[in-house]
Design a protein around this ligand. Structure first.
Ligand code: ADP
Length: 542
């Protein structure tokens, strides 16, 4: 027969501790030895008084005691022992078992009994059963405590505001240990520590309290002591605040009645939940702060652009106006210089116009003047305007669609022209000399979602749409940049190298103007081979 090893039972993390008491020395030693042999930690004594002394200094799991002893009866010993350790299991060994003895035994919290004389195996079996039952009860109590703590801590998820959360933690702690105040010291690397109070009405924390919180943070252990605050002595307890093994701070609460170790353990569990909630609230606050800083920066940037473009517009109009007047009347070589001056001033005007458009889009000041546009006419007009530039770079600019295949579009003519010119101007800029720039257009009633075409893929509302694409045989765009090129001021090449010039505003404007028409822009590109930008616009407008 295999003996049941106490350590076999996974419910005990260490070998259970047993106190054996019997005034009969041989029975006492015999039982103790038999239990030791199977791995229990055993202390044995023939005296009830000595047994009580052991119980005061060591935590036992089980008391195995004779009932009839000269100094003190086994039942009296059981009563006093359970007063010291309420979770202690007790087995009494008795010669005659009367109903009266049994009733009294139950009253003293005796868990089981052994009738003398007993077989050693019977004794071991009873001990193992009682310890198993006790472990089950302890586990249940522990689980109930965890559930209770989790229920309490659910209150911590109600808010992401740090001050409200601290108030909530103190409220819950008050229901557990009756605290009146609570302080939280949150510490983050590279940041100065932050002290938060459970309520605004709390007394100010003094230096001794601050030291206690620091000590708890460093030692990562609770500390129980007294603290003089607002002229009164308080019993206080501190807890480390830990999230996933990392310390984030410490907390301090007062309490009124002595805290048993089980309650302190429960509080540590609760404070773990509180620490997680505090950490989340801290992260949330930081993200909010960073966000508002970014918004402020964005506002300042827009303001700067708006002021600068407004202030540049007037003097530039004067330069351009007089430049053109003198240009018309001048002779070479002055005329050549003036051509360059007017050209540069025109370029400056375009940049300022782009900025102004973008600003108007931001402030929702852009209004659409929708009118019927005969698509092929608009395309010829735009291509015509850009032809000169293409010729300068010996590029071929062509429309690859038969005009009769095209329809009438309802949109803002000037703004759609601006969009197409912007795309064409990029295509020319990022295509080397003698490259090809091709404009395609088609009108189609979208029936299946998503819509798929060689030059456009995306989710479009079913209905009639107009598509215009600009393809080039230029440098292309690396895939990792494709998502970002529509952001304002974003350029693939480092702006400092200024290889291609530009401001990074064009595509942001294209996207803004197309979105205003409820349309979409799609880009497809291959590095070193070229890019295609396609604009999809609802044919019948908004
Ligand atoms: P800009 O042309 O003034 O730099 P855009 O907003 O029009 O600003 O374009 C943003 C960036 O997208 C450009 O700097 C370039 O890196 C890339 N890009 C736009 N169009 C093309 C294109 N046709 N071919 C290659 N890269 C392009």
């Amino acid at each position: 027969m295999t003996e049941r090893q106490p350590n076999e039972a996974s419910e005990y993390s260490r070998a259970p501790a047993i106190l054996v008491v019997d005034d009969d020395t041989s029975i006492c030693r015999y039982c103790a030895k038999a239990l030791r042999n199977v791995g229990y930690q055993v202390i044995d004594t023939t005296s009830g008084l000595v047994a009580l002394d052991h119980l005061r200094h060591q935590v036992f799991d089980l008391l195995l005691t004779d009932i009839k002893m000269p100094e003190m009866s086994g039942l009296e010993l059981a009563r006093q022992a359970r007063a010291l350790n309420p979770g202690l299991a007790v087995i009494i060994m008795t010669g005659q078992t009367t109903l009266e003895t049994l009733r009294e035994a139950v009253q003293q919290g005796v868990t089981s009994y052994l009738s003398k004389p007993f077989e050693i195996e019977e004794m071991r079996l009873t001990v193992a059963q009682v310890l198993h039952q006790r472990a089950m009860v302890l586990q249940k109590v522990k689980l109930e405590a965890i559930v209770h703590q989790l229920e309490l801590s659910s209150a911590f998820n109600r808010t992401l505001s740090l001050s409200e959360l601290c108030g909530e933690i103190v409220r819950v702690t008050n229901s557990e240990i009756g605290c009146q105040f609570g302080y939280f010291l949150l510490q983050q690397p590279d940041e100065s520590p932050r002290l938060l109070m459970g309520q605004a009405s709390h007394p100010q924390l003094n230096e001794a309290g601050w030291q206690l919180l620091q000590e708890t943070y460093q030692q990562q252990q609770p500390i129980q002591t007294t603290l003089k605050l607002a002229e009164a002595d308080h019993n206080v307890i501190t807890f480390p605040l830990r999230v996933g093994g990392a310390m984030i701070g410490s907390a301090l609460f007062d309490y009124t009645e002595a805290l048993p170790s089980a309650q302190i353990e429960g509080m540590m569990l609760l404070l773990n939940q509180a620490a997680a909630a505090l950490n989340n609230a801290q992260l949330f606050t930081r993200v909010q702060e960073a966000n508002s800083r970014l918004q402020e920066l964005d506002r300042l940037k827009s303001e700067f652009i708006s002021i600068t473009s407004h202030e540049l517009r007037t003097p530039l109009a004067v330069v351009l106006g007089y430049g053109i007047v003198i240009q018309e009347r001048s002779e070479p070589p002055i005329r050549t210089y003036l051509d360059r001056l007017v050209e540069s001033a025109q370029r400056m005007k375009e940049i300022i116009d782009d900025m102004t458009h973008l600003r108007r889009l931001d402030t929702r000041q852009t209004e659409l003047q929708v009118e019927p546009i005969v698509l092929d006419e608009l395309l010829y007009e735009v291509i015509d305007q850009m032809h000169g530039l293409a010729q300068k770079k010996s590029q071929t600019l062509s429309l690859a669609t038969p005009p009769d295949a095209l329809c009438t579009l309802y949109a803002d003519r000037a703004k759609i022209a601006l969009v197409l010119m912007s795309l064409l101007s990029n295509a020319m800029k990022f295509t080397p000399a003698e490259g090809m720039i091709t404009v395609r257009a088609w009108c189609e009633t979208v029936q299946a979602v998503p819509y798929e075409h060689a030059y456009f893929k995306g989710t479009l509302q079913p209905g009639p749409w107009v598509f215009v694409s600009v393809s080039d045989s230029g440098i292309g765009i690396p895939e990792s940049h494709l998502q970002r090129i529509f952001e304002r001021f974003y350029q693939v090449a480092q702006s400092l190298t200024r290889e291609y010039g530009g401001t990074g505003v064009g595509l942001a404007l294209v996207q803004g103007l197309v979105a205003l028409h409820n349309g979409h822009v799609w880009v497809q590109s291959e590095e070193g081979r070229g890019s295609t930008f396609t604009v999809a616009l609802p044919q019948r407008g908004l």
